[in-house]
Write a protein that binds this ligand. Structure first.
Ligand code: GAR
Length: 366
């Protein structure tokens, strides 16, 4: 099991996506998140996933790097992952985790990197310069800001209508797809083994993210080793050790996700899950293993309960009405029977109502 420590400063959608994705498999875990801002969205996002977030003030990042190093070391990370971390990392920290820190940057580095280039500033500069393409880069962190060796990079087309905001909206889903792959690649590189996705080209065209995998598949087929013949999705699921993967299930999950039947976040979370749309089908498949209850469940339950309890309820009313009329005729025994029958039909009405409401769940899922 590989462990990640994430550094974040803001909303934390990348951090959440990484944790959600890897926690579907049993290969990689996010063990801790360090955040330098008290009001960041990442606290709520990670709380919903059960990942601890430690507040580490800017003063520590500036003048007490040992405290940062100690906190990171206490979770023994295999890789330190900067996900929207808006600070330069001190040389002492880089030294302590030498070659084991990666960062995501929302441009095609080395373009639009360096001091002052982060978040929306990058998109504003790219649009102002009239660029035709931008992208996402994952790179190793060195003392040169945004200057370390590139792990993976992917292009994003810019259209004339694009604004910094629409470009950011295009970039985010690409980040959600690229960063987990780059993390797996970096972990494999650090271990010295061959990455499961093969060696990536320096810059991947948007449509070619899985090309190395498809190549692998072709090669596997050519060598007629049927056990090695796997789709890109299978390879990805395998890389994350997601069990019970099948293309058909992934396709179903993808359709459910596109239709808006998002798998619920962890219990108690009120966080919307925009990152789910950026998940790979294999992950969507894994995420969607929880059974989806139809949205209409509540109303159907109410209608079923009313329908099934109304008729016995009416019978109970007729019996109870006859109690007083029998008493007024002096039919004590008849009144007693009517009263007993009324009680029995009230119980039947209640039981049928409850059963109709609750049995609708399994019935509707069959
Ligand atoms: C991401 O777009 C990331 O690439 C960028 O900040 C955003 C954080 O979003 N990082 C940088 O600009 C680093 N130089 P998030 O908090 O929702 O993951």
């Amino acid at each position: 099991m590989k462990k990640l420590a994430i550094l974040a400063s803001g909303s934390g959608t990348n951090a959440e996506n990484i944790a959600r994705l890897f926690h579907q498999g049993n290969r990689i875990r996010v063990s801790v998140v360090l955040c330098n801002r008290k009001q960041a969205g990442v606290y709520e996002r990670m709380q919903a996933l059960g990942v601890p977030v430690v507040y580490m003030p800017n003063s520590s990042w500036d003048s007490d790097p040992d405290r940062v190093i100690e906190t990171l070391r206490s979770s023994a990370p295999d890789l330190v992952v900067l996900a929207g971390f808006m600070r330069a990392v001190r040389p002492e920290i880089i030294e302590a985790f030498s070659g084991r820190i990666v960062n995501i940057h929302p441009s095609l580095l080395p373009a639009y990197g360096g001091k002052g280039m982060y978040g929306h500033h990058v998109h504003e500069a790219v649009i102002a310069a009239g660029e035709k393409k931008s992208g996402v880069t994952v790179h190793y962190v060195t003392e040169e800001i945004d200057g370390g060796e590139i792990v993976m990079q992917q292009e994003v087309e810019i259209t004339p209508e694009d604004t910094p905001a629409t470009l950011e909206a295009k970039i985010h889903p690409v980040e959600y797809d690229l960063y987990p792959r780059a993390i797996v690649k970096a972990l494999d590189e650090l271990e010295g083994s061959v990455p499961p996705f093969g060696r990536q080209e320096e810059v991947l065209k948007p449509e070619a993210l899985s090309a190395p995998l498809q190549q692998e598949k072709r090669e596997a087929a050519a060598s007629s080793d049927s056990s090695a013949c796997q789709s890109p999705d299978e390879a990805w699921a395998k890389a994350l050790y997601i069990n019970n993967y099948s293309d058909a299930k992934a396709e179903q999950a993808r359709i459910r996700v596109e239709e808006g039947h998002l798998p619920p976040p962890s219990p108690g979370s009120k966080i919307p899950s925009p990152q789910i749309s950026g998940l790979h089908p294999a992950v969507a498949d894994a995420v969607s293993k929880g059974v989806a209850i139809p949205k209409s469940y509540m109303w159907v339950s109410v209608v079923m309960a009313v329908l099934f309890s109304t008729i016995p309820g009416l019978v109970a009313i007729v019996y109870s009405a006859s109690v007083s009329s029998r008493l007024s005729c002096g039919d004590i025994a008849g009144a007693g029977r009517a009263s007993r029958n009324a009680q029995i039909w009230i119980i039947i009405s209640f039981v049928l109502g409850v059963l109709a409401a609750t049995l609708w769940v399994p019935m509707s899922l069959l």
